[in-house]
Design a protein around this ligand. Structure first.
Ligand code: NAD
Length: 326
């Protein structure tokens, strides 16, 4: 392995791990997401060309951040993964074509909005909410049951006495974010960089009263063990979870061609400013669960889904020059 590549990989890892800590652990990012994404891409490409430079602490090999002290730990029997991402429609088309080729036939995709919040897991026993946690590092999360109980969108009892785990996104509506930052400014407190960080900071509070005052909400998008309920696709799962009483996002849509996917992206890229919550892209999921099971996951992301990230808002984001080059 060339020393130059190893040195560069170490530099990129060090930067990304520092930014990751600020973002996931402290809820105080010091760089824009686009800067993080660009640097992450650079490391990913370097590692793809030089697999010998990959180390276990590389952010490409693991999910999310560390667990905050003060919370009980929860082990996720099925890891909570991240999502692979693409930044252009050409890359998205490549992903779709590759998936069709691997499956051997055309596959319908469920198109969903990519809610800019943080992933949570909710467990119900006989229809009663018993445990809620963060994604944490994907395998171990924080037990935030008491805080989640303060969120009105999370049902404490379902419409049927099912024992089920669901996963989704906890977010702060834009209006609550603005009010919260105004109040913090008046009190001379540090403001949150964006609604995602405000939601993460609000959810990981040791005092549930603070969480209750923050007006958080959720969209649930993932049903565990769907076969137990005779549910065979992602689009059906969303309907089933809605019937049980979960808040799901109704702006999802099935697409069977790249044109339909394109249309979905254009519709929401144009109207995202009008939504009451932040989205940072769209998520495409192979709809049939048989396809999802056949394709499986890497250590970090499912092979049957992908996030298309919207280009950063140029007025807000000044991309910093990434100086390292091989
Ligand atoms: P991610 O946020 O890019 O995508 C995965 C997550 O999307 C899932 O875990 C889930 O929580 C969420 N999601 C939202 N809507 C969804 C839906 N409909 N279906 C499924 N999942 C949905 O990945 P990540 O691993 O959480 O974070 C990586 C991203 O975080 C980076 O791309 C970067 O933009 C940002 N980040 C920024 C900094 C910084 O310093 N600014 C640091 C670290 C990470």
């Amino acid at each position: 392995m060339a020393a130059k590549e190893a040195e560069l990989a170490a530099q990129l890892r060090q930067k990304l791990n520092q930014w990751g800590r600020e973002y996931y652990v402290l809820d105080q990012p010091s760089v824009e997401d686009a800067v993080y994404d660009q640097t992450y891409r650079q490391l990913q490409e370097l590692e793809a060309k030089n697999p010998a430079v990959i180390t276990p602490d590389s952010p490409t090999q693991r999910v999310g951040g560390q667990i905050l002290a003060g919370f009980e730990k929860v082990t996720h029997e099925t890891p909570m993964l991240s999502l692979g991402d693409v930044f252009s429609k050409a890359e998205l088309q490549e992903f779709i074509e590759r998936l069709h080729k691997n499956v051997g036939e055309q596959v319908p995709f469920n198109c969903e909005l990519k809610i800019d919040g943080l992933a949570i897991s909710l467990t119900y026993e006989d229809g009663v909410f018993v445990k809620g946690s963060t994604r944490g590092n994907g395998t171990i999360g924080e037990d935030i049951t008491q805080n989640l109980k303060t969120i009105n969108a999370i049902p404490l009892r379902l419409s049927e006495p099912v024992s089920v785990e669901v996963r989704g996104e906890c977010y702060m509506p834009k209006s609550s974010f603005v009010k919260l930052n105004e109040a913090r400014e008046e009190q001379g407190l540090a403001v949150f960089a964006n609604p995602r960080n405000a939601a993460a900071g609000s959810l990981r509070q040791l005092n549930s009263k603070v969480t209750a005052a923050r007006n958080l909400s959720t969209f649930i998008y993932y049903l565990m063990e769907p076969e137990k309920f005779g549910v065979t696709s992602q689009s059906q799962a969303l309907q089933q979870m809605r019937k049980w009483g979960f808040k799901t996002n109704t702006d999802s849509r099935l697409a069977t061609s790249m044109e339909e996917v394109d249309q979905y992206i254009d519709d929401y890229q144009d109207s995202r400013a009008d939504l009451a919550y932040e989205i940072d892209g769209i998520v495409l999921k192979a709809d049939p669960f048989t396809v999802q099971q056949d394709l499986g996951n890497t250590v970090k992301v499912p092979r049957w889904a992908i996030a298309y990230k919207f280009p950063p808002d140029e007025q807000e984001t000044v991309l910093r020059e990434i100086e390292w080059t091989v």
